[in-house]
Design a protein around this ligand. Structure first.
Ligand code: SF4
Length: 398
């Protein structure tokens, strides 16, 4: 379309009577019937979705993309095909199957929720938003998504994709997150009557495939004529956002201790808090004012083991470079020290030895896989340990 033609189109749209500009739910459903995405957890048209699969996919999709989740979802489902199987599995098995998806609190909640569904509801997910919200790890969005998709309840899940669609449709000027209640009201008013499960999924698909954050494909949008942001010509400016404040950088040190018979010293993080319950190599606290000068003193306090000198001046060896990682709320930089101890040495209190062969299956967060990969290169070069620690397929963000 020429520039003049596009101007004419915008003027006509602006001049159109208000009632012609309301987004029509039927138009969205018709578009969905033609263009719905095929997803591993999605039921075929006209069939009811399995609540267990809907719930599992929604928990996995929190903070993670469809493309990243799909292979994990299929492998997880193969391992835990029913909510009963998941409920009776040891937590450690669940954490291992989850490793790589990040945000491990979700995996612990997933397990707790499966147990609650079995214990409180006889293995059947409840079908109302209120009852779903009473389960561990299920918030307002997930409850609405399960109620709508699995039970065809009149519920309006509003995630980031749907927020974007609504903010653009109505050119909502209030910035996020303050705009959330207004966007929710608009989303609820838009959902009317038939096929609430399909409507919710159609909104998700529209946000994911057409109304994308950058360069939305408005020309293909079933609501193009009703969209206020499109009429204005600046859909990418919506939703408005309050500028984010970057988290402050934290620093610390990690200590990779290798036993001569092929074991690495590890411990479990406290159950509550960041990366709760996950495995890590010992290290200092992470702080804004970490002093690298005292890292070795800390190493001796945290790892009270007789180290092997092997003719070196110092028993701890700093690996050049740093390991950088970004958590949701702050960036982190770790320096890494390595040391060796004699074969058969017992671990210090609260720690354990993990054989190199078991590293791949251990519930390490991605940060620790980066630390081990960083240490692996130097250790292998020094001939201290056969290569194998570098198992880090770094995925996710936590
Ligand atoms: S017309 Fe464009 S901006 Fe508006 S809802 Fe559709 S894709 Fe999004």
């Amino acid at each position: 379309m020429t520039v003049a033609g596009e101007r004419r189109r915008k003027k006509q749209a602006n001049d159109a009577p208000a009632h012609t500009r309301s987004p029509d739910p039927a138009a969205l459903l018709a578009w969905y019937d033609r263009h719905r995405r095929v997803l591993p957890w999605r039921a075929p048209p006209s069939t009811r979705a399995d609540p267990y699969r809907v719930w599992l996919s929604e928990i996995m999709l929190q903070q993670t993309t469809v493309r990243a989740v799909a292979p994990y979802y299929l492998a997880f489902l193969q391992r835990f095909p029913t909510v009963e199987r998941l409920a009776t599995a040891p937590l450690d098995d669940v954490l291992k199957a989850w490793a790589g998806l990040g945000y491990y609190a979700r995996a612990r909640n997933l397990h707790a929720c499966a147990r609650a569904v079995v214990e409180r509801h006889g293995g059947r997910f409840p079908d109302s938003e209120d009852a779903l919200r009473a389960l561990p790890g299920i918030g307002a969005y997930t409850a609405a998504a399960i109620a709508a998709i699995a039970f065809d309840r009149q519920a309006s899940p509003v995630d980031g994709n749907i927020e974007r669609v609504i903010a653009r449709l109505y050119a909502v000027e209030t910035p996020l997150p303050a705009a959330k209640p207004e966007i929710r009201r608009l989303a609820e008013a838009l959902r009317r009557g038939r096929r609430p499960g399909d409507f919710a999924q159609a909104m998700m698909d529209l946000g994911a495939t057409i109304c994308t954050p950058k360069q939305p494909a408005c020309i293909l949008c079933p609501w193009a004529d009703a969209c206020a942001a499109r009429r204005r010509g600046d859909p990418e400016l919506f939703p408005r956002k309050t500028p984010k404040q970057e988290g402050r950088l934290r620093r610390g040190a990690a200590f990779v201790v290798v036993r001569a018979d092929g074991f690495v010293l590890v411990r479990s993080r406290p159950e509550n808090g960041l990366l709760g319950g996950m495995t890590e190599v010992p290290g200092t606290a992470w702080s804004h004012d970490f002093d690298p000068e005292i890292a070795l003193e800390e190493a001796e306090r945290i790892v009270p083991l007789p180290l092997e000198a092997r003719g070196r001046k110092t028993r701890w060896r700093r690996i050049p470079g740093i390991v950088a990682h970004t958590f949701t709320h702050f960036p982190l930089e770790l320096i890494v020290y390595t040391a060796g101890v004699a074969a058969g040495m017992p671990p210090p209190d609260g720690m354990r030895w993990l054989s190199v062969a078991e590293i791949g299956g251990e519930a390490f967060p991605n940060l620790m896989r980066k630390v081990l990969a960083h240490a692996d290169t130097a250790l292998a070069t020094a001939g201290r340990l056969r290569r194998g620690i570098a198992v880090a397929h770094v995925r996710g963000t936590e």
